[in-house]
Design a protein around this ligand. Sequence first.
Ligand SMILES: [Zn+2]
Length: 306
Amino acid sequence: MNWITNYVRPRINSLFSRREVPENLWTKCPECGTMLFHRELSDNLNVCTSCDHHLAISPRDRFAALFDGGVFLDVKVPEPIADPLQFRDQKKYPDRMKAAQKATGEKEAMLVAEGEIGRTPIIAAAQDFSFMGGSMGMYVGNAIIAAAERAVKTKRPLVLFSAAGGARMQEGILSLMQMPRTTVAVEMLREAGLPYIVVLTHPTTGGVTASYAMLGDIQIAEPNALICFAGPRVIEQTIREKLPEGFQRAEYLLEHGMLDRVTHRKQLRDELVSILRLLGRMPAPTRADLPAPVAPSVQPEPAPAD
Ligand SMILES: [Zn+2]
């Protein structure tokens, strides 16, 4: 103990901790570093107002912006057995679950809902990357099956938003079994002649990419989303070669025929409505179905009279 630890360090610590911005007010854009006010950010669907980077958005916020009037009903998902392997790393699996539930306010890493978008009835499922990396465990498998069953029962298309670090290691082989289970669920939709649309969001990786996330009739991705099985760092270390610019990003995959569209989050809803109505042989969306275009803030100059 000396004066440095007793006096100087606490002073330095207090100086730095005082400068910390409260987490609930500001978010730093991971791409350009701009500090974004949380309300402004959520009004902009969690897209950076400075560089257009698409930050993560919670399934509930996404659904609120997606469904007409923000109205949707949760589809019930059967509960799987909790902690079947009694898994423990630094923390027990049930403790990790409790922490994730507390942080996100959700039960698990996927939310399933039904409602209408642009007056088109759909079932939607969205994965939550902030819930244990959106990892695919038994619950996520059950959620996709519940979504597919509900879609078949109500004859509605299924729109799925993927975001995942892969399978949930705490459930071992049981999480990997969700790959064939969800593939069968997608097959149910195909047999019923119902469209299945996947929107890949940043990041979609591992076993999720190797199953339901790449089986859509239409594959859409959000800009600059990382979509891969093994990540670029792993590949680079394995083959010991530098990977090309933008490798495994949405635009790169679009260019190489892996995707159908890369769509900005703000245009996504209208685009989904158009695609769903086209596939469902419904009349094209009218002004009443889509939100009216925003009036330009600057009035154009009147044309000079001849
Ligand atoms: Zn930014």
